[in-house]
Design a protein around this ligand. Structure first.
Ligand SMILES: *Cc1c(COP(=O)(O)O)cnc(C)c1O
Length: 398
């Protein structure tokens, strides 16, 4: 059979066709009125997409660049910081903070679980300068309770709260200003449906003030310099201009999803991810598979434990070779133990039931056991039908 290449990875995610067209035809120089107009429009829209009154920046780098900036701009060597970690991206915060000489304390949860609020409360002292966490830990499929953690951090006046929401933005409700998140970070290759290369984020006034005294070295990722340039509708260095054109098109698409309201479109995108995730969880469980993060599953992606006796590397390989579907394996020491199906951004009903139908074949092959074809698809359809019935009732009630 014909095979279409389809990404089900939690970044990069499938590209929005309108954004691809916009990128292919964009050729303006970055120090021109044309680009300044595009840049201003993108910053305004990103601000609305994040849902904040804080200043936003869009950097030409992968998401990790903005993570690094959130360490180097906010800390001085020797500063005590607290990292809340439950996976490979949490561990990245620890490595980054150590690279800049911070004294790193951690609250650690086993892979597949979420952070214990009790332990956070215990470790959170006024000497902690910054707290770093993920909104959704893409390596395990777990969602952390950012609102509850924010409440604990906000009780301390001088502790900054930084959230890597690179797979959280556009898949999870995050009230950045209401909860008091000082830095929130997103990446272009996730919910915004364009290729890798841009990182975006919002920065609170408290965080801007900290930058005045923070002494860690920084140059390319000096956020104060970017803020100054942004005030003149420019970037400090050469930006990835075509990605900005793609981002503008993607944000327009999200606005259309909200009938002209970008924030409503973002909420619709979140609801879409939530429904794709609920369908997928029902489908994999109907097949007898176990979720890798059952207690707190993210809408960004579903991580599924490899069935007993099977290796997820073979499962991912089979998906790719038989169906052209790129499903993510476990990272590092989790390789072989789980596979991950993303719901971030540009996924619809047919993508979701399609990948579940393929999964039925893949699991039959991987376990050598008979699979009742249609069982995963049917469970997903039932979730979908119930969700549709519910939206219909709400419309009628109104
Ligand atoms: C994708 C991702 C990142 C950023 O990775 P880059 O490869 O630098 O873009 C960081 N954190 C999480 C949770 C992610 O999913």
């Amino acid at each position: 059979m014909l095979k279409k290449n389809r990404l089900f990875t939690p970044g990069p995610t499938p590209l929005l066709p309108q954004a691809q067209t916009a990128m292919a035809s964009y050729g303006a120089h970055h120090r021109t009125a044309d680009f300044r107009a595009l840049f201003t429009r993108v910053l305004t829209d990103v601000k609305e997409f994040i849902g904040t009154r804080n200043d936003v920046l869009v950097l030409t780098s992968s998401g990790t660049g903005f993570m690094e900036a959130s360490i180097s701009n906010l800390t001085s060597p020797g500063d005590r910081v607290l990292v809340l970690t439950a996976g490979k991206f949490g561990e990245r915060w620890t490595s980054l903070a150590k690279a800049f000489g911070c004294a790193v304390e951690t609250v650690t949860a086993p892979y597949g679980e979420t952070i214990s609020l009790e332990e956070v409360r215990h470790k959170l002292t006024p000497e902690i300068r910054c707290v770093y966490v993920q909104a959704t830990e893409s390596s395990t499929g777990a969602r952390h309770d950012v609102e509850a953690i924010a409440k604990l951090v906000r009780a301390l006046p001088d502790t900054l709260f930084v959230v890597d929401a690179i797979t959280g933005l556009g898949t999870t409700r995050l009230d950045v200003d209401g909860w008091g998140i000082d830095v929130i970070i997103g990446g272009s290759q996730k919910a915004l449906m364009i290729p890798p290369g841009l990182a975006y984020g919002a920065i609170s006034e408290r965080a801007w003030q900290r930058m005045e005294t923070a002494k860690s070295p920084r140059y390319y990722f000096d956020l104060r310099k970017e803020r100054k340039s942004a005030a003149k509708a420019e970037t400090a260095y050469t930006p990835a201009t075509s990605l900005f054109a793609g981002l503008a098109a993607a944000l327009d698409y999200v606005r259309q999803m909200g009938d002209g309201n970008l924030a409503a479109g973002r909420d619709a995108l979140i609801a879409n991810a939530e429904l794709c995730a609920a369908m997928t969880r029902a489908g994999v469980q109907a097949l007898g598979l176990k979720l890798f993060a059952p207690s707190s599953p993210a809408a960004a992606l579903t991580a599924v434990a490899a069935p007993a006796g099977a290796d997820s590397t073979a499962i991912c390989k089979r998906f790719r070779e038989q169906f052209g579907a790129v499903v993510a394996n476990g990272q590092a020491e989790m390789k072989g133990q789980l596979f991950r199906i993303a719901h971030i951004g540009y996924y619809d009903y047919l993508d979701t039931v399609g990948v579940l139908a393929a999964l039925e074949h893949v699991i039959a092959e991987a376990t050598g056991k008979a699979v009742e074809f249609g069982c995963a698809v049917r469970a997903a359809q039932e979730v979908y039908a119930r969700a549709m019935a519910k939206t219909q009732t709400t419309v009628e009630v109104r």
